[in-house]
Design a protein around this ligand. Structure first.
Ligand code: TMP
Length: 211
């Protein structure tokens, strides 16, 4: 899994890791959330459209709908074939954006998430840490206009960013075993520097994959 705030470079880094796995002939698929299936792509359009008026609970459930479809139609089949799954965001984003950002009840959202994932636990999550406000500027420059989530406002994104930093703490991870292992990676510096940090994490877990 790749997780991080807006403009943290996770999609770029995921593409780089995918290119490396292709070179090493490691069978893998790249998926993203929300999205990754025809239903998920429709849900993504609704969720990110600034014209959509979506209540925070409806928003959480739409992310879960995309997730349930992705888990059953794309992730499980890929894992059964023996493929590695590289995923651009997963449910840690719900913990950051819907629980911390919107203030939804943690126990309720965790329970809905268990329903959506059937208890699937990621092997490892690369958590790219990058200052939220700089990331938003990057994301805005890239897309020319902020999408509905990016446009939530500074205090929302500050809460998301604080939550992402908390997820890097062993104490938080010990109380959230459903999230699996989360490895914080500094996303500052050049694309090459960040890629090298990520490859070191992958190599440590699966020796020889990126060396
Ligand atoms: P991105 O993947 O292109 O960054 O856009 C997805 C947006 O959706 C991003 O702002 C994070 C947000 N998001 C949530 O709020 N909750 C979630 O569970 C997920 C997967 C994404």
């Amino acid at each position: 899994m790749f997780e991080g705030g807006e403009g943290s470079g996770k999609s770029t880094q995921l593409a780089r890791l995918s290119a490396l796995l292709t070179q090493r002939t490691v069978p893998h698929v790249c998926l993203r959330e929300p999205g990754g299936t025809p239903l998920g792509t429709e849900v993504r359009r609704l969720l990110l459209d600034r014209a959509s008026d979506i209540d925070p609970r409806a928003e959480a459930l739409l992310f879960m709908a995309s997730r349930a479809q992705l888990v059953d139609r794309a992730i499980r089949p890929a894992l059964s074939r023996g493929d590695v799954v590289l995923l651009d965001r997963f449910f840690l984003s719900t913990y950051a954006y819907q629980i911390a950002g919107h203030g939804l009840d943690e126990a309720e959202v965790r329970s809905a998430n268990r329903f959506a994932t059937h208890g699937l636990v990621p092997d490892v999550t690369i958590l790219l840490l990058f200052p939220a406000r700089e990331g938003l500027v990057r994301a805005g420059a890239r897309a020319s206009a902020h999408d509905r989530m990016e446009a939530m406002g500074d205090s929302f994104h500050d809460r998301v960013s604080a939550a992402l930093s908390a997820f890097a703490e062993p104490a938080w991870q010990a109380t959230h075993p459903e999230c699996g292992s989360i490895v914080p990676v500094d996303a500052a510096g050049s694309e090459d520097d960040v890629a090298a940090r990520i490859q070191a994490v992958v190599n440590q877990r699966w020796p020889g994959t990126c060396s």
